[in-house]
Design a protein around this ligand. Structure first.
Ligand code: G3I
Length: 443
């Protein structure tokens, strides 16, 4: 049968096809929509080569995510390739893109032992010279993007799981000494007072020698008053990885230091060629990790390390493994993508709500909805011992002795997590002078 097709409808067909292929989302509501409803940040690391060359790559980023980070463009070897010479071209392009698409931008990373340029690794420097190099780098880079970077990975991977379990041997450690870590945070705070300052590491998610070393480092820094605001869990994991109680235990002890948490480089690698159930196992891991971050008050954002299997570091660094991300080689969503979206949507449904909080004597009383005996209460993401109180048929939560932890005039964040892991919106509570309630829900 000869297919007769008019010129007009051919043009219409062609135009509509090209529009569809350009807009990667093809009408799909991106992950950023439910994430923003939840005041949550979901994002990906950006490879600048496809960023510059592939419009579908850029469109997918813009439609799906509300936070991005450069995979390599902000690293020392790329942004400061020669002594006295900086190259901001790629970083500037990403800052402009994030601004154009109302995205938060994570800065990765100011101080690391890898991807240092030859003029550093091959140079001979006194301690004072090395400190000046560190200062010049941080003040120039963090200063240039002041007010444009949401969170900086100020120091990356500074600990080593050895008997000392503390300091990793590196150019910075050898030339300056262990103090370089605190110096870097102080220089970053000075360069951009509004950026959230993170320490970032890998294999530091559960309770193990590495996470203990990170905890010791962060305890030491916070005790000294170093301006550290958050800790990054990179989470480069295999399909089948499960969230366990030890992850919540680790999140809690870090929260007790007053630190927020982000999952900064999530990818879930698969042994190739993929077994029939590999992508379902991968999706289950993505669902659990996303649900964990959504249900931990301290967990602010979840970033995957890349977003399409076409551009991922995994195959080169984990021979025989790959397909670790949310989108396939053709930038189409995988089961893992649907799992993340499902977790985001589920976190919106049936959330407990805090409507009122007030000091009563030495205690804090919280009123609202969706509370039960399994409810957990968090004060500035420190878990509190709470008991259920009944008043006029309402279920309230009572945190005994909490008044002592909220001096008059101080504002704290209150959260309630239900037994099935649903987290309430943040409730900002300011204790007024006379101890009356002055709380309000931010969302
Ligand atoms: O740009 C050069 C290119 O000109 C050259 O032709 C090519 C071949 O040698 O190399 C290119 O540089 C590579 C660079 O990625 C950019 O693609 C480097 O060799 C390669 O080592 C580098 O790998 C990066 C790796 O960090 C370095 O350790 C990965 O892309 C990057 O995803 C990875 O990211 C790190 C995080 O920063 C920290 N956490 C761990 C994570 C994975 O290692």
């Amino acid at each position: 049968m000869k297919l007769r097709i008019s010129v007009t409808s051919f043009i219409t067909l062609f135009v509509s096809f090209s529009v569809l292929s350009l807009s990667a989302g093809a009408g799909r509501e991106g992950l950023r929509a439910p994430a923003l409803d939840r005041e949550f940040y979901i994002g990906a690391a950006v490879d600048m080569k496809p960023f510059h060359e592939d419009e579908v790559y850029r469109n997918t980023l813009a439609e799906e995510f509300n936070v991005i980070v450069a995979e390599n463009a902000f690293k020392f070897e790329n942004i400061h390739p020669e002594r006295g010479r900086y190259d901001f071209a790629d970083a500037d392009a990403l800052v402009a893109f994030a601004s154009e698409h109302a995205m938060k931008l994570r800065g990765h990373t100011l101080v690391w032992h890898r991807q240092l340029p030859a003029w550093i690794t091959g140079g001979e420097f006194t301690r004072e010279e090395a400190i000046e190099i560190l200062r010049d780098h941080i003040e120039t880079v963090a200063g240039r993007y002041r007010g444009r970077i949401w969170a900086w990975d100020v120091v990356n991977e500074a600990v080593e799981a050895n008997e000392d379990g503390f300091r990793r041997d590196s150019f910075w450690y050898r030339t300056i000494g262990p103090e370089y870590v605190q110096m870097a945070f102080e220089m970053a705070r000075n360069a951009d007072p509004d950026a959230i300052l993170y320490y970032n590491d890998f294999d530091n998610e559960g309770m193990n020698s590495r996470s203990n070393a990170v905890y010791r480092l962060l305890s030491d820094l916070t005790r000294r008053g170093a301006p550290v605001d958050g800790v990054g869990w990179q989470m480069h994991v295999p399909a089948g990885f499960r969230i366990k109680n030890q992850h919540r235990e680790n999140a809690r002890r870090l929260g007790a230091l007053g630190l927020e948490l982000s999952i900064t480089e999530l990818d879930v690698r698969i042994r190739m060629p993929a077994a029939p159930d590999a992508y379902a196992k991968q999706a289950a891991t993505y669902r659990e990790v996303t649900g964990f971050c959504l249900s931990e008050p301290a967990c602010r954002s979840l970033v995957t390390w890349g977003f399409t299997d076409r551009h991922s570091w995994i195959p080169a660094f984990f021979p025989g493994e790959g397909d670790a991300l949310l989108f396939d080689n053709d930038l189409q969503p995988k089961p893992a993508y649907e799992a993340v979206r499902g977790a985001l949507r589920a976190s919106l449904l049936g959330r407990p709500q805090i409507r009122e909080a007030r000091i009563e004597g030495r205690d804090l009383l919280i009123a609202g909805g969706g509370f039960d005996r399994k409810s957990a209460v968090f004060l500035d993401w420190r878990r509190q011992n709470a008991s259920v109180a009944k008043a006029k048929g309402n279920t309230m939560l009572l945190i005994r002795g909490a008044a002592a932890r909220i001096p008059p005039g101080q504002t704290v964040s209150l959260y309630v997590r239900s037994g099935d892991g649903k987290l309430s919106p943040e409730f900002r509570f300011t204790r007024t002078g006379d101890g009356a309630d002055d709380g309000n829900t931010t969302k």
